[in-house]
Design a protein around this ligand. Sequence first.
Ligand SMILES: *Cc1c(COP(=O)(O)O)cnc(C)c1O
Length: 344
Amino acid sequence: MSNATLKIDLSAIAANWRALDGQSDVETAAVVKADAYGLGVAPVAKTLAGAGARHFFVALAEEGMELRRALGPGPVISVFSGHMPGDAEMIRAGNLTPMINSLDQLLTHVEALPGHPFGIQLDSGMNRLGMEPNEWAALRDIALAQQPTLVMSHLACADEPQHPMNEMQLKVFEEMTQGIDAPRSLAATGGLLLGRKYHFDLTRPGVGLYGGLPFIDAVPVVTLDVPVIQTRDVAPGESVGYGNDWQAERLTRVATVAAGYADGLMRAMAPKARFTHEGRPVPVVGRVSMDLITVDISSLPETPTSLQLLGQHQSIDTLAGFAGTIGYEVLTALGARYDRQYQS
Ligand SMILES: *Cc1c(COP(=O)(O)O)cnc(C)c1O
């Protein structure tokens, strides 16, 4: 067996949810879109429900259906993309709550499923999803008469606490929701960490649950160990991998490990990336192939049977930094070939 092992620590996910829940006095939901950020929506959501989460968010109605099958009838499942054409039957059968983004969606929803719960998504400045202030001003009374279960918006720069955009969006959201009875929500992980003013009635953390920044105190969740298939000595002047990109300057012991860009380990990370062995860093040499990566293990006293890419010594955000991306992308890119092992 040569596929790499991706260990997912469910107790760490539960601990991260509890820690974030402890940072506010309001309800803490859980965002499990994109298959719980690539970690597996059924085991992750069941763990979060066990920890106390009662409200879950997904991006698409299809994801909501899968989540409903995993969780059963109790928890609220809200859908960020709202009510899209063709969604009515899923929203009804899965008892999903679409976060309505526009007049069009509101009409679609009340026509297809009169009386079915919905929320409202407002655009407080990010210009991505939700009703803009003028659209909302025109629709507000009609929409509120239908008693939305939640009114929410999303922050663009919450991972930068000093960014003036945070206060600006807070002000816009407060103005747009002044005097309404429906519960309100503005904060994802970053907003939750900005403090009380941003909490309103419900927070919606995602990445922090999975061990990612900006939740610096998160417990690490994923460990990725990649088996060594073969090792060899590369003489000075010889090269390694596609394009002869890397050339040995001295006698180098090279290990070839069984994962590559088809497993979500991006080619862009190669020049800076390192694996670790019992905490010692060992650099990647040459290009990342589809199924293989080559690593200089000359500094190790013995030949390892596997090398670690994610774990105690290297976080998802460290790995993201090698590739010039973010922990979110590293997590959601993790491929389908790993042997996923859940620890509780
Ligand atoms: C993804 C998402 C979240 C969760 O964000 P994190 O930064 O992962 O905590 C919350 N709300 C909305 C609208 C989102 O799209």
